[in-house]
Ligand binder design. Structure first.
Ligand code: SAH
Length: 258
C-alpha cells in the first residue's frame, strides 16, 4: 500500500518534472546559429553544442557572478564562439578564466576583462566604434554583436589578415580590419562614439582623444609594459576630457611602427 502510493506519487512527480523540463526547454531553446552568421563547415555541430554549454558556464561563473549585468554585453558573451578565435590546440581552454596565447607573442584577453571593457563603453547599436589591437578578432566580434559599425586596427600584418578572414567566415560583416599602427587611429571613419585600446600604452595617444566624438568614451590600459597598468576610462563632454581609473590590469604593450 505504502509502496504503491509511493509509486503512484513517484510517477506523477516524474510527469510534473517532465512538464517542467519541457517548459524550461521552450523558455531557453538550445543555441542556434545566429541569423546572418554563416555556418562553419569544418567542425561538427555537436562539438559547437558542447562549446555552447562551456560558454554558458563561463558567462554564469566569470561574467554575471562578477557583476557584469548589461544585457547586450551578456548576450554578446553568450553568442561569440570564443573557441573559434584561439589556436586549434588550445580550443579546450577557450572558456577558461584567463588570457591565452594567439601567436606572435600576443594574447586574447581574459573573458571577464573583455566583458568589463565592453560594458564600460556603454555602446548601442548605432555607435561608431574603434578598437586598437585586433589580435584574434574576438573583442571586435563581441563589439560587432552589439554595434553595426566597428573598425579595428592591428599592427602585426599576419594577425590582421588572419582576424579579417576569421571574422568574414563567421559573418561579422560590420567589422573592418586594418593593418597599421593604431596610435594614429583611423581618421577617415571618425569621430568615434567609443574607442577601445587592448594593448597597454605609456600615455593616452592624443590622436585617439581627438577622434573621440562629443560624449564619446574610451577605455585604455595605461602604464609601463613591465609593471601593473591601470585601466582608464576617458570621456569627452563639450571639448572637456576627463579620466577615471577603473582597476589594475596587465596587457601586452602597444608597440609603435618605426
Ligand atoms: N583584442 C585582442 C587581444 C589584444 S592583444 C583579441 O580580442 O584577441 C593586443 C594586440 O594589440 C596584439 O595583437 C598586438 O599586436 C596589437 N598591437 C600592439 N600595438 C599596436 C598598435 N600600435 N596598433 C595596433 N595594434 C597593436
Amino acid at each position: 500500500m505504502y509502496t504503491s502510493t509511493l509509486l503512484r506519487h513517484g510517477s506523477s512527480m516524474a510527469r510534473s518534472l517532465q512538464f517542467i523540463l519541457v517548459v524550461l526547454t521552450l523558455m531557453h531553446p538550445p543555441d542556434r546559429p545566429v541569423p546572418g552568421r554563416r555556418l562553419q563547415f569544418d567542425e561538427p555541430q555537436s562539438q559547437d553544442r558542447s562549446e555552447a554549454q562551456s560558454r554558458d558556464n563561463m558567462v554564469r561563473t566569470q561574467i554575471l557572478a562578477r557583476g557584469i549585468h548589461d544585457s547586450a554585453v551578456v548576450r554578446a558573451m553568450r553568442t561569440v564562439p570564443r573557441h573559434r578565435f584561439v589556436p586549434e590546440e588550445l580550443k579546450s581552454d577557450a572558456y577558461d578564466d584567463g588570457p591565452l596565447p594567439i601567436g606572435y607573442g600576443q594574447t586574447i584577453s581574459q573573458p571577464y576583462i573583455v566583458a568589463l571593457m565592453t560594458e564600460l563603453l556603454q555602446v548601442k547599436r548605432t555607435d561608431r566604434v574603434l578598437e586598437i589591437g585586433t589580435g584574434s578578432g574576438y573583442q571586435a566580434a563581441v563589439l560587432g554583436e552589439i554595434c553595426d559599425s566597428v573598425w579595428t586596427i592591428e599592427i602585426i600584418d599576419e594577425l590582421a589578415s588572419e582576424a579579417r578572414s576569421r571574422l568574414n567566415r563567421l559573418g561579422y560583416d560590420g567589422v573592418s580590419v586594418r593593418s597599421a599602427d593604431g596610435y594614429y587611429g583611423w581618421p577617415d571613419h571618425g569621430p568615434f562614439d567609443a574607442i577601445m585600446v587592448t594593448a597597454a600604452a605609456e600615455h593616452i595617444p592624443p590622436p585617439l582623444v581627438s577622434q573621440l566624438a562629443n560624449n564619446g568614451r574610451m577605455v585604455i590600459p595605461v602604464g609601463h609594459p613591465f609593471f601593473v597598468q591601470n585601466l582608464v576610462l576617458v570621456e569627452k563632454h563639450n571639448g572637456a576630457v576627463t579620466t577615471r581609473t577603473i582597476l589594475p590590469v596587465r596587457f601586452v604593450p602597444l608597440t609603435r611602427s618605426q
